[in-house]
Design a protein around this ligand. Structure first.
Ligand code: PAF
Length: 287
């Protein structure tokens, strides 16, 4: 598995794929499809991650593979999306384990250092309004500016035809769609369905923090959301199930994340158990 840590190295590889000459690649011929006006060579997909990869991430790579001949996975624990009191320092980092998890389905890992992404003097923040308002922002006010800034940089660094994000971070997905539309980036954003454990718990790198008793409680969140008719009752059900606190349970317009309207709706929740904060969401089909 080829791993590069510089934006220059990433660009050189993507350029070689696009040229279809295999220069910096593995000698495979380009897939000859035409992507976003970039003629010839392979289409390229980017799957941005923070590592600690699990089956959910593997499913993102599989989704990416359906859209492009070449798949880049970025692995970068982005400091700007963590508040000082959050889990940036303890977030699991194991590049070799991540590379093994990806196996042959990925053509390139882009694993930059913090200095590569945020060199001395870095002074730019990408701020998205609209779908970033409320929900996560009420509890993690720094979060979407950090995500939008790093995702914008990753997209501009790789300039993929397609980028794939998990629907587990539903609000994040809508923020990224807004960002890409507003900046007219010629990149298709694909949302991949949530992967769930046997009891329905949404797969997440943070599930690794759960102690055994907490893990059982965590598995109740998806059931409660699926059965919910009223966010207030669902919030109480989460507390009754054993969550220590609930940041929010809300039913919103699925795309704007504003008040629910006659269009598609989503129920979204964030709750804490022990030292772990879990989020989940699903379609809300009730009036
Ligand atoms: O969803 C994540 O893992 C992160 O927020 C992302 C999109 C990779 C940005 O750091």
């Amino acid at each position: 598995m080829k791993i590069v840590d510089s934006i220059a190295g990433l660009r050189a590889q993507v350029a070689a794929w696009r040229a279809g000459d295999g220069r910096a690649g593995d000698g495979r011929a380009g897939d000859g499809r035409v992507g976003n006006g970039r003629v010839g060579g392979d289409r390229v997909a980017l799957v941005p991650t923070m590592g600690a990869l699990h089956e959910g991430h593997v499913s993102l790579v599989e989704a990416a593979r359906k859209h492009a001949g070449r798949v880049v996975v970025s692995i970068f624990v982005n400091p700007t999306q963590f508040a000082p009191h959050e889990d940036f320092d303890r977030y699991p980092r194991d590049l070799q384990a991540d590379a093994a998890k990806l196996g042959g389905g990925t053509d390139l890992i882009f694993a930059p250092t913090v200095r590569e992404m945020y060199p001395d003097g870095f002074a730019t923040t990408v701020s998205v309004g609209g779908p970033s308002e409320g929900l996560e922002t009420d509890f993690r006010p720094h979060f979407f500016a950090g995500v939008a800034t790093v995702v914008a940089k990753l997209l501009v660094a790789a300039m993929p035809d397609v980028a794939v994000f998990g629907e587990k971070d539903w609000q994040q997905l809508q923020v990224i769609r807004r960002l890409v539309a507003d900046l007219a980036l010629p990149i298709e954003i694909v949302g991949a369905p949530i992967m769930r454990e046997a009891d329905g718990l949404a797969m997440s790198s943070r599930n690794a923090y759960l102690k055994p008793g907490e893990r059982a409680v965590a598995g109740r969140m998806n059931v409660i959301l699926r059965e919910a008719r009223d966010p207030g009752a669902a919030k109480q059900a989460l507390l009754d199930a054993g969550f220590d606190s609930v940041d929010y349970v809300a039913v919103r317009d699925a795309i704007t994340l504003g008040p629910a309207s006659s269009g598609p709706k989503r129920i979204l929740a964030a709750a804490r158990i022990g030292g772990t904060r879990l989020i989940d969401n699903m379609e809300f089909a009730h009036a």
